[in-house]
Design a protein around this ligand. Structure first.
Ligand code: HEC
Length: 119
């Protein structure tokens, strides 16, 4: 029942904020009820796979946004504060197609708050 309400609410939101419609819908379906573990976040196990899956296609030499590449730990670490802002839409949402899942946002946030460890 809760889920139904949430779906209806999400759909209603879509009608108003039509820009991210399809994306929003999928996000609720895929991640709305998932458990998100943000304890003991690892750069290599948690953060890097998210960057590789959602960001690297453009943020790589030869890519659309090669001026800010995310190909090494140092590069990702140096951009970590801005990455945190952009995945939440501050200054423009990243990736441009729509936000990554709430859980992945939380994981990157936990890693930045932990001081961007190389673990
Ligand atoms: C489809 C291509 C594309 C993808 C995928 C993408 N970006 Fe971007 N990104 C860009 C472009 C183009 C810019 C420059 C324009 C702007 O700042 O909005 C940018 C800019 C940025 C900036 C600011 C860079 C600077 O020099 O200030 C950050 C940080 C960023 N993206 C993070 C991310 C993160 C994190 C992801 C993945 C979650 C991501 N981007 C995925 C294309 C992309």
């Amino acid at each position: 029942m809760k889920k139904l309400f949430f779906s209806v609410f999400a759909f209603a939101s879509l009608m108003i904020l039509s820009q991210n419609a399809c994306y929003y819908d999928n996000e609720v379906e895929q991640y709305g009820v998932a458990v998100c573990d943000t304890t003991a976040i690892s750069y290599s196990q948690d953060v890097l796979p998210i960057i590789n899956a959602s960001c690297i296609s453009c943020h790589v030499p030869g890519g659309q946004q090669e001026s800010s590449p995310f190909t090494t730990f140092e590069e990702i670490k140096n951009y970590s504060d801005v990455i945190l802002e952009r995945i939440h839409g501050v200054g423009g949402i990243m990736p441009p197609t729509g936000p990554i899942s709430d859980c992945n946002q939380s994981k990157i946030e936990a890693w930045v708050r932990a001081g961007t460890p190389n673990n």
